[in-house]
Ligand binder design. Structure first.
Ligand code: UDP
Length: 463
């Protein structure tokens, strides 16, 4: 019998799209290599298993047995992301351990846990107790992870907490990052942020390996930097969504068809696709500046206004009356799109993004130039690399942008500077394809990862 048939992969994603999507893509990669996959998922934001028939799903209950889910209480909805992650980790620490123990059973099936880096210590302790090897999926880039790992140093050197007077200063230990690019976020619990980051780094360091959704030609120097500081084996096998097993025909709903029909009617490379991901939110004032900037640029646009994106509003009601009607077919507002499909459409000429790591990779893979408006944590690092290192985008800083500047940037990226940037984008897209080819670095790392997992002795739990 093929040895890997009885080596089960147990995955534990963080329940947000930017973490769940790459975990599912990774699940397909493992499954394609012959591993059965079980996804342990929090009851909060639980996925629909019927969308993923290749895998077994188990729901981990919250810790308030018989009571209400602490994460859906009104107090939780008003928390900032750092406080929410604290609550998330507390809510599932013990129930995760129990679910993992039940899944591993009496040891008759050899298992390997693949957990999101943000669960960190939760999974470290549980995996040790249950006696299962743990590999960590990092859903951010290597450069930002190195910056996270340097938080103690950055605090010692007084780069952190960030002082307004030093925003444009170069962080000499981490060029090309400036102080304003350090991966922090506004929170009422700054010490908790440092704790989450520290746990993530320590949990990664003590694991049996790190899987990275990146590719060597993209982050060669950052990977070298990482290797010079850490001993843990690493597997940069990305971009996950471009592995052959992930190139499945997409399941489309009615809204996706409407969006595609609209894109089909636009000129090639004319549309500005706007999305700030699944978690960021903006003030009403910023929303209006963006709306007017888009309108005044006279570019066709497709804008994902997620319910919850604009603080204190349901959806588009902050727009002046008649605004949407005046735009007519020139612009389209949607609540969610199939982003992979949108970025691959020939009508899309630029992506105005918050620079989440998945969005960044997805844009690179389609050769689409980016307009960068990072909102928090690693998005600042990604934006700096997009603009100054890979030179595939333009910066549009959130703190200073108004409708005039937005109009100017949109015109320049689609018309003037667009060609230069697009050339760089196409080169990088080509590098991604090379890394994924049969002898490419991502394919070789994937083979190494498979052998690594197969080599685990079930009774020799990583210390
Ligand atoms: N996404 C999507 N449709 C949307 C907006 C986002 O499918 O309308 C997906 C996007 O393709 C990406 C993920 O959601 O895979 C967002 O992850 P990212 O790391 O870019 O940002 P986050 O949401 O974590 O801030």
């Amino acid at each position: 019998m093929d040895e890997r048939k009885v080596r089960k992969i147990i995955m534990f994603p963080l329940p947000f799209p930017g973490h769940f999507n790459p975990m599912i893509q990774l699940a397909r990669i493992f499954h394609h290599r012959g591993f059965p996959v079980t996804i342990l998922h929090t009851s909060f934001n639980s996925p629909n298993p019927s969308h993923y028939p290749l895998f077994a799903f188990r729901t981990i209950p919250h810790n308030n047995e018989g009571g209400e889910d602490p994460l859906t209480q009104p107090e939780a909805s008003s928390m900032d992301l750092v406080a929410f992650i604290r609550l998330l980790r507390q809510t599932y620490a013990e129930t995760f351990r129990q679910s993992l123990a039940a899944e591993v059973g009496g040891g008759e099936t050899m298992c390997c846990l693949v957990s999101d880096a943000v669960w960190a210590r939760n999974t470290e302790v549980a995996a040790e107790k249950v006696g299962v090897r743990r590999v960590v999926l990092i859903t951010s880039g290597v450069a930002s992870f190195c910056a996270f790992a340097a938080f103690p140093l950055l605090r010692d050197k007084h780069y952190l907490p960030i002082q307004d007077s030093r925003l444009d200063e170069l962080v000499t230990e981490f060029p090309p990052l400036k102080v304003k690019d350090l991966p922090v976020m506004e929170t009422n619990e700054p010490e908790e942020l440092y704790r989450v980051v520290n746990d993530m780094v320590k949990g990664a360091e003590s694991s049996s390996g790190l899987i990275w959704n990146t590719f060597e030609d993209l982050e060669r120097l950052s990977l070298m930097d990482f290797r010079s500081k850490f001993q843990v084996p690493i597997f940069p096998i990305g971009p996950f969504h471009k592995h052959s097993e992930n190139l499945l025909p997409m399941i489309k709903n009615k809204e996706d068809h409407v969006t595609t029909d609209w894109l089909n009617k636009q000129d090639p490379k004319s549309v500005v696709y706007v999305s700030f991901g699944s978690l960021a939110n903006i003030e009403e004032k910023e929303f209006l500046e963006i709306a007017w900037g888009l309108r005044n640029s006279e570019r066709p646009f497709l804008w994902v206004v997620r319910p919850g994106l604009v603080r204190g509003t349901e959806w588009l009601e902050a727009l002046p009356s008649g605004f949407v009607e005046n735009i007519g077919q020139k612009g389209k507002f949607v609540k969610w799109v199939n982003q992979l499909e949108v970025l691959a459409h020939s009508a899309v000429g630029a992506f105005w993004t918050h620079c989440g790591w998945n969005s960044t990779l997805e844009s690179i893979c389609e050769g689409v130039p980016m307009i960068c408006t990072p909102c928090f944590t690693d998005q600042f690092v990604n934006a700096r690399y997009i603009v100054d290192v890979w030179r595939i985008g333009i910066e549009l800083e959130r703190t200073t942008m108004d409708r005039k500047e937005i109009e100017k940037v949109l015109r320049s990226v689609v018309i003037k500077e667009g060609d230069l940037i697009r050339e760089m984008c196409l080169k990088l897209k080509e590098r991604a394809t090379v890394c994924l080819s049969i002898d490419g670095s991502s394919s070789i790392y994937l083979d190494t990862l498979v052998n690594h997992v197969l080599s685990f002795d079930p009774y020799d739990v990583a210390s």
